[in-house]
Design a protein around this ligand. Sequence first.
Ligand SMILES: C[S@@+](CC[C@H](N)C(=O)[O-])C[C@H]1O[C@@H](n2cnc3c(N)ncnc32)[C@H](O)[C@@H]1O
Length: 230
Amino acid sequence: MEYPKSDYKEYPKTLDPDDIWGQVRRTAYGKPIPEDQILLMVAAMRSGLELAAGDVLLDIGCGNGALSHYLFPDCSGYLGVDFSEYLVSVGQRKFHRPGFDFHFSDALEYLRGEPDPKRFNKAMCFAVLSYMNDDTALDVLTTLRKRFANVTRVFLGNLPDRDLAGQFYPADVDYSRDIEDPASQIGRWRNPEQMAALAEEAGWRLSASRMPDHFYQSHYRYNAVLEILE
Ligand SMILES: C[S@@+](CC[C@H](N)C(=O)[O-])C[C@H]1O[C@@H](n2cnc3c(N)ncnc32)[C@H](O)[C@@H]1O
């Protein structure tokens, strides 16, 4: 059985323009996941980033902002970047306010070209890195480290843990190719050691953490915080 590929450009257009959770596939059995589950992710991001008044947050692969807008009251500025023009337009329509913007661009292109990278001091990348191959993920983290000199903390959320793939896929599915493939529906699975090695090569020290057991994806996903490797 072939698992579907990821598609955040065309697929969201087939849904209701206000189905903000469906558009970023944050559903369980076709239904939006309950608010308490969303709040668990928001709490993990907020504490992982140590968000404080005055922080300016860069969100790489922001989707439509359905998740990240929960953090708006905790910071002073925000830019979400995504290569799905449609999701960016939904974010801009629903969540934009002065100083809190959404920008349509490929992540790496944006990171290489941002004219004022020093305005950001925190960054996040939630459920995105698995959709990049190792070279691109390394390039993203390296460019973030080198050009965004004031970013001291990065939150990598919802990473699929290769060591736990067997907890996710049904027993009769051969997932060996899917977990390598950044274009598969969950993307390329990496375990915390693989992520730490990538991060270190880019100039970051990684600390991995697990979500509470009652989080609906805790059996196969983890989070990580990056700090500057001295
Ligand atoms: C699972 S969604 C997560 C969206 C959002 N971070 C959230 O948690 O709700 C993955 C997002 O990554 C974006 N994405 C994947 N590769 C990207 C790239 N190279 N540049 C920019 N965005 C990318 C997709 O368009 C999609 O919006």
